[in-house]
Ligand binder design. Sequence first.
Ligand code: SF4
Length: 401
Amino acid sequence: MSEKRRALEVNKVIGGAIRKHYQDVQQNRPLAYALLAPDPMIELCYAAGIQPAFPENYACVCAARKVSGRFCEVAENNRLLPDLCSYMRTAVGSWFAREVEKLPMGGLPEPDFLVYTTSACVTYYKWWDLYRFYFNKPLIYVNTPRIMDEIEDYYVDFTMKEIQRAIGELEKFLGKKIPDEKIAEVVKYSDQLVEYWHKMLELQKTVPAPAGLNDISNILFLLVALPGTKEAVDIAKQAYEEMRERADKKIGNVSDEKHRLMWLNIPMWYNLGLTNYFEDRGCAIPISDYTNYIWGVPRLDKPDPIESLAIKALKGELNESVEYYIDWMLRDIKEYKLDGVVIHSNRSCKVLSVGLLDAAKIVRETYDIPVLIIESDHTDDRAYSDAEVKTRIDAFIESLG
Ligand code: SF4
């Protein structure tokens, strides 16, 4: 590793948790394909002894192993349009390629059923519908209203009823009751995890920032894939303590922090080294919308655990208005003492790319700080040009002064 940046030690533990998750996916039954958070079905799966598997995370794994472009091609050869999100094309393409390719982590086995919450983007509707049709397995889902501003009580009431209905369907499928105490226990663990997460994001306001964007994205795995487990709480505690110690001692992820940037949109999973490229040039990235806004991650500390799960289902950038997040971003530019913004205009993810050009204009007008816009894709690396992107980053860093 470069002497200019120091990754968190806890990354090794998280790497172990990721490997264990994929072993569990190979071994444990019943197996449900699930969305990443904000999906209360994940906690319900853990409460019911169901093993969730996450096609979306699996697409990230394939990208990190540099095979996502290949799987996108396989999906396109099987009639998925190139305009569909590359998460979907990678995960579905890996299934079609399973008999002729060696799949990272052994691939995702066929699920016993599918779970889903509608507060995510429209891609998922069709993606999970394709799985339902292809595997001919039940789909159990929570329907949520679209939120534009505040979460009104009637939204919460409606979503609680949906969660209760989904619990009933899970119990029917499993042929047994999911004990209320078990649901309360997983929600308690989930809340403890969120509490540590909030504290870690707060520590990132320290100058120099204790963790880098890759560190925080790694820790996010706990929030999106293991919420409701004690294992996730224990690792989050370890991550928080390491970050707090660094913050107390003024040890930064970047040893010579000159600039502080915000990253907008999903990172390019096939090239996480791009973050290192910034860091090696004295640019810390303490915050991104991907880590701080997209997943919502509210506390789950209501007296009724079902109410906590309902609020979780309703929060998140995918279910709220663009204006709401632009206001949040403007506030955070101040609070995190940022002097530049990097926007990834992501060809695959229209839902997170909508409004980004407006965001760039508003940031320039409000704070008069440089904004870099990179056009690429988060998982499909076939159109990515490293040399071109780095030339633009060099010019951007010069403009930071
Ligand atoms: S379009 Fe965006 S939000 Fe939807 S699945 Fe793809 S990356 Fe996720």
